[in-house]
Design a protein around this ligand. Structure first.
Ligand code: ME8
Length: 504
């Protein structure tokens, strides 16, 4: 079966920060896990390069918008491999193929009768690139997100007849209680819908940085319509000479942060309906990572507020896997939560180094020392297998429910169980007693195969670590079909260097 997962495409008006990395990591966990289940996965991320935020940032730096996006887009693209993120393609909305497909699709929307000309007057936030509805306007006509004055704007625009889709969207929500996850975000979107939909601007007249409206070249498409369509357009040119649209559209999971809920749960399905395209199965909404300062205060991380944590630095000091693990373990996926340098260092040491790293070092060192690296060919301890074997099924169910933190916690139970097993069995004591050689064989076989299963379960969160671990175990099959304990899967181990060394 095919599995298509997407992230939002990021504005290139400034450098990437940990919030962007977070969504990419979460999508990567899903993509890697699904590949382990044998699914045909396509994973898309990219950059949103048109619109006023980019034009304003370019102007502030005295550059053309094209020069700015060409400078910044590679920073987002290059972040992905640094995060061990395995996206299959990186879409840029300035790609000529994207622009052509946007024009085709929106022409279809017009031909199907969902576009009209009108005058728009309203309160506009240039940072959000969004006209605000009454309930979204902060005190004194300010943007509640950016705390800047909104601008009163009036212009002749092409409009998308969003109101045409009121009833169809209500049917979508009422018939698919799982369309938006988690539940409280579903309810928020449903409540927005219940207020009644108004038509929205499809084009902007004043701006020149965008995709030209083919039937009215004085206008460019409002950036959100151009941007949302990336999820479909990219499939038509991601693989040269092939069109993957039929194979992968509709998407199974579209990941977003809570800030862009309205666009993805209301505008997006309406636009797809208007174009005669199928709807995604799930829009999965995560919360915000907040930065906890040394004084204990918490702040939203955002480019415009300037308090960003640099993921590049964390990767340099601790490795990408540690960042991936920390973000998804510390903050329950779907909720808001604070991250901090101190919290990161604590989990790195207590969980990654002392629990997982130590288990791997001790196990491989003992097999080397007591059995010259040869893993005893005996069945693992049935009591441990009975506890570890059910975990893979639980992890799959939790991932299917988009519970990325719960699934990681489940996988981590195996690490904790095996560490307790080492203490219970005290293999160093067994090794001193010839009569216990058989029991030592069982313990070593259990620990080694347990490590293999742990590697399979944890691969989506810790891909590079599991590569190192599997090299030491002499295995390379990542399929989750093998994620239950058995004799003979690992025959020989080599001693492993610390997986999570103390940073300089
Ligand atoms: O909104 N915590 O781009 P953007 C968690 N171009 N995630 C965060 C975050 C934080 N503190 N800050 C940002 C746009 N994100 C549009 C999207 S899609 C067709 C167009 C993540 O650069 C989160 O995924 O502002 C959020 O939705 C996204 O970055 C916003 O990125």
């Amino acid at each position: 079966m095919s599995f298509y997962v997407t992230t939002p495409i990021y504005y290139v008006n400034a450098a990437p920060h940990l919030g962007h990395a977070y969504t990419a990591i979460a999508a990567d966990v899903l993509a890697r896990h699904m590949r382990q289940r044998g699914e045909d996965v396509f994973f898309l991320t990219g950059t949103d390069e048109h619109g006023e935020p980019v034009a304003l940032a370019a102007e502030a730096r005295g550059m053309t918008p094209q020069a700015l996006v060409d400078e910044n887009a590679p920073r987002f693209r290059d972040l992905m491999p640094k995060l061990n993120v395995s996206n299959d393609f990186f879409v840029r909305t300035s790609d000529s193929e994207h622009k052509l497909r946007v024009q085709e699709i929106l022409t279809t929307v017009k031909e199907r009768g969902h576009v009209h000309l009108g005058v728009y007057e309203g309160w506009y936030c240039p940072r959000c690139a969004d006209f605000k509805t009454e309930s979204e306007i902060g005190p004194g006509n300010t943007c509640p997100i950016h705390k800047i004055d909104l601008i009163r704007e009036s212009e002749q625009n092409w409009f998308f007849k969003l109101s045409d889709f009121q009833q169809q969207l209500e049917e979508l929500f009422d018939g698919n209680p799982d369309f938006v996850r988690p539940k409280h975000r579903f309810n928020e979107a449903r409540a927005f819908l219940a207020q009644g939909l108004q038509d929205v601007s499809l084009s902007r007249g004043k701006l020149t940085w965008g995709v030209e409206v083919p039937w009215d070249p004085e206008h460019v498409f409002y950036v959100w319509f151009d941007a949302l369509l990336n999820y479909v357009t990219a499939l038509s040119y991601a693989r040269p000479g092939e069109d993957l649209t039929d194979e992968f559209w509709p998407a199974q999971v579209q990941l977003i942060g809570k800030d862009i809920l309205k666009f993805h749960t209301i505008y997006w399905p309406a636009l797809l309906m208007a174009a005669g395209l199928e709807l995604p199965e799930h829009v999965v909404v995560h919360g915000f990572l907040l930065m906890r300062d040394a004084d204990g205060s918490e702040h939203k991380m955002s480019k415009s507020l300037g308090n960003v944590l640099d993921p590049f630095q964390i990767i340099e000091d601790f490795g990408a896997d540690a960042l991936r693990f920390y973000c998804l373990r510390e903050v329950r996926f779907g909720q808001d939560g604070a991250v901090s340098t101190a919290g990161f260092a604590a989990r790195y040491e207590s969980e990654l180094a002392n629990e997982l790293g130590n288990l791997a070092s001790r196990t491989t060192a003992m097999v080397e020392r007591y059995r010259d690296g040869a893993v005893p060919d005996v069945a693992p301890d049935p009591a441990i297998a009975a506890e570890v074997d059910p975990l893979v099924g639980q992890v799959c169910e939790q991932i299917d429910a988009s519970e990325l933190t719960v699934a990681l916690d489940t996988a981590w139970q195996a690490v904790r169980r095996l560490n307790r097993y080492v203490e219970e069995q005290a293999p160093w004591a067994l090794a001193k007693d010839e009569a216990q050689a058989g029991q030592l064989d069982v313990v070593l076989a259990t620990l080694t195969d347990g490590l293999r299963v742990i590697g399979l379960l944890l691969h989506p969160w810790l891909p590079a670590t599991v590569d190192t671990l599997f090299a030491a175990l002499g295995v390379d099959d990542l399929s989750l079909d093998g994620a239950t304990m058995r004799a003979g899967a690992v025959t020989h181990v080599t001693k492993i260097a610390p997986l999570f060394p103390k940073p300089e």
